[in-house]
Write a protein that binds this ligand. Structure first.
Ligand SMILES: [Zn+2]
Length: 218
């Protein structure tokens, strides 16, 4: 069962379409996994639609163009139109993984591998909102213990991982700030969506070796 969810402020901002693209993707992936948050998003969208209707004074003659626009909006299906799946699965190290709908049309860099950790950066062309990547931890992989100068969002897509604070499964929306030092590891292997808004800082080990890891993670 999914234990970690975006808070209401994030879900409301997602419904209002005011989040940066990288965070929009993160919430969209979670919502694909989580019927409870999908319902909350639908509630926020309904309230937004109602506030548009209430904002229009009842006695003012409505502009025909506005009426047309409104009936067009209300006639749209509640669910986003399903685009043909260009790439429903991705291949990593000979294994095939299901890819969330939100990620299927996003370009990615080639996989970069360091030891048993791989990364493919998403091409979002959006420098201000952090760096989004797919991360792949092979079975038995562990990331050196680190903390963050900023925010770290991790969302498992396939497989589980754990750190000092718990165990996480596909769909978990794990948002951490700079106060947390942790060492993620995966017993069976794990494909994750990862979003960082600043480089990681390693808390132990040899800086020279770890700098390469830092480049891979950010
Ligand atoms: Zn949720």
């Amino acid at each position: 069962m999914i234990n970690f969810h975006p808070d209401n402020a994030l879900l409301a901002a997602y419904a209002a379409d005011t989040l940066p693209l990288s965070m929009t993707l993160a919430v969209a992936i979670h919502v694909e996994f989580c019927p409870a948050c999908a319902q909350r998003v639908a509630d926020f969208e309904r309230r937004l639609a109602e506030s548009v209707l209430i904002a229009e004074p009842a006695d003012a003659p409505a502009e025909p163009a506005f009426d047309d626009m409104l009936s067009y909006i209300l006639a749209q299906p509640a669910e986003p139109l399903a685009l043909p799946a260009a790439e429903p699965a991705i291949e990593i190290n000979g294994q095939s993984f299901w890819l969330p709908r939100a990620l299927r049309h996003i370009g990615r860099q080639n996989w970069q591998q360091m030891g048993d950790i791989g990364r493919s950066r998403l091409l979002l062309d959006e420098a201000s909102s952090g760096r989004a990547s797919l991360m792949f931890l092979s079975a038995g992989a562990s990331v050196p213990q680190h903390t963050h100068k900023g925010m770290e969002l991790t969302l498992p897509i396939s497989g589980a991982f754990r750190d000092e604070l718990g165990e996480y499964i596909p769909g978990d929306f794990i948002l951490r700030d700079s106060r947390i030092a942790h060492q993620p590891r995966s017993k069976e292997g794990c494909l994750c969506f990862a979003l960082l808004d600043a480089p990681v800082q390693f808390t132990q080990g040899l800086p020279r070796i770890l700098n390469n890891f830092g480049d891979l993670l950010y």
